[in-house]
Design a protein around this ligand. Structure first.
Ligand code: AMP
Length: 438
């Protein structure tokens, strides 16, 4: 026998998502697809690999993401490639590359998938994490912002996240922001020497990024810096006022957060974040905003845009902690067959029920009834279907409700109908299960 080698483990900051938790991930994704479709969003799938310059130009060379966190490598033909740290830039690239703008009108796209950032791993922060995001391209109307936020609120309600804060800000535009940045630079002159090294550098290169600083000692100084909402030009101000008024109209509470500039260079006007108290230090569940200049940064025609990215890892964690998602799905039925004569009819029944969409488990080996029931219990089967000698003779199988212990004899062709009827009355396992058409 070969000597046992050292165990190869997953890469630091990455993790395996295992059942039954993967079922929760699927539910979140299913609900996102349903809610997004109701708002007429369509799915886009872009590559995980992109040219490095895509992110350097859009997210910004001075941001933490680009300067410290990207997984970048030189390909064999010397091209610089990056594992995407976010997907907005990719969606906008695809929109430009495929000339989707030529079709005119507004395009609403959503995506889900892994993103990569080399951050210090901790609970809720990973180097491979997952985002569910959406982008609206082709309109700068404030109602786009509001409608997208309304969709997010509905989605969070559907997945059962009820306790959260919507933080809101406006970061102005290329007209009014330079004035603000000037004021920021002036204010930083007085304090930057006492700030962290990163802030000292940012104060020179990209002062707005100082507002993203997480260093504890810098916070009191940052809190005293000028606020961008006091520098908005009349158009940006009007846009922001309309967003706020419409949110109030829709009874969506928000909290104005003047420091919220969201760590990426491409944002304009509305920025927002949703935080959840259930999450501890990494409390941002999702974030987003408007990015009216992004398309031009990467070589496209002027295309206003608005979008968000939900951190799926954190969302699942938050709804789990709120106790809303339950555990994985229980098995609909376990088929217990006793004796070789029952093998073929039991397999046939399993095949038929599975074709009808039930979740069924069956042993490949004959087993004693007691052992079969033990397995049915362990698998949390809602029903056990027992096929023994007596049942074969009588042409009716036992259908046992595992919770109550009640048992009834049912003809094989009727079992599907009986299961469907009974399962309908069992409580749905999760708040996100809103299919009520069955
Ligand atoms: P961002 O793309 O930075 O705007 O982030 C959007 C959301 O993605 C955040 O609110 C987080 O929920 C999530 N997120 C960002 N970075 C990570 C990470 N390293 N690990 C887990 N989730 C993350």
């Amino acid at each position: 026998m070969a000597e046992r080698s050292e165990l190869i483990r997953s890469v630091k900051g990455t993790r395996d998502l295992l059942p039954p938790e993967t079922r929760l991930w699927q539910r979140v994704e299913d609900e996102a697809r349903r809610v997004f479709a109701a708002y007429h969003f369509q799915e886009i799938r872009t590559p995980v690999l992109e040219q490095t310059s895509l992110f350097a130009r859009s997210v910004g060379a001075d941001t933490d993401i680009v300067s410290k966190e990207m997984y970048t490598f030189q390909d064999r033909d010397n091209e610089m490639l990056t594992l995407r740290p976010e997907a907005t830039a990719s969606v906008v690239r695809a929109y430009i590359e495929h000339s989707i703008y030529n079709q005119g009108g507004v395009h609403k796209l959503y995506y889900m998938g892994p993103m990569f950032r080399r951050e210090r791993p901790q609970k809720g922060r990973y180097r491979q994490f997952y985002q569910i995001g959406a982008e609206v391209l082709g309109s700068d109307h404030p109602l786009i912002d509001v409608e997208t936020l309304e969709m997010l609120v509905l989605f969070l309600e559907r997945v059962g996240l009820r306790e959260y804060n919507l933080l809101l800000n406006s970061v102005g535009c290329t007209h009014c922001r330079p004035e603000y940045v000037k004021a920021l630079r002036r204010a930083l002159e007085g304090v930057k020497a006492s700030m962290c090294d990163d802030c000292q550098r940012r104060a020179e290169t990209n002062p707005l990024r100082v507002l993203d600083c997480k260093v504890e000692a810098d916070q009191p100084m940052i809190d005293k810096l000028p606020r961008i909402i006091d520098y908005l030009d009349p158009e940006c101000k009007q846009h922001f006022e309309r967003v706020k008024a419409e949110l109030i109209q829709r009874e969506i509470p928000y909290q104005i957060t003047p420091r919220l500039v969201r760590g990426l260079d491409y944002y304009t006007r509305t920025t927002f974040e949703i935080t959840s108290g259930a999450l501890g230090a990494q409390n941002a569940v999702l974030g987003g905003g408007r990015y009216d200049g992004l398309a031009e940064m990467i070589g496209g025609p002027p295309t206003p845009g608005f979008g968000f990215a939900i951190g799926q890892d954190r969302l699942v964690l938050a709804v789990q902690q709120a106790g809303e998602l339950g555990t994985g799905d229980a098995l609909d039925a376990y088929i217990a067959w006793l004796g070789e004569a029952a093998f073929a009819p039991a397999q046939k029944l399993a095949r038929e029920l599975r074709r009808e969409g039930f979740s069924i488990e069956i042993s490949p080996e004959p087993m004693k009834l007691k052992k079969s029931m033990g397995i049915a219990n362990k698998l949390q089967a809602r029903f056990a279907i027992i096929i023994g000698e007596g049942e074969l003779k009588g042409g009716r199988y036992q259908v046992k409700d595992m919770a109550s212990g009640n048992q009834q004899e049912v003809g094989p062709s009727q079992i599907g109908a009986i299961l469907r009827q009974k399962l309908r009355y069992l409580s749905a396992p999760a708040a996100v299960c809103t299919d009520s058409d069955e």
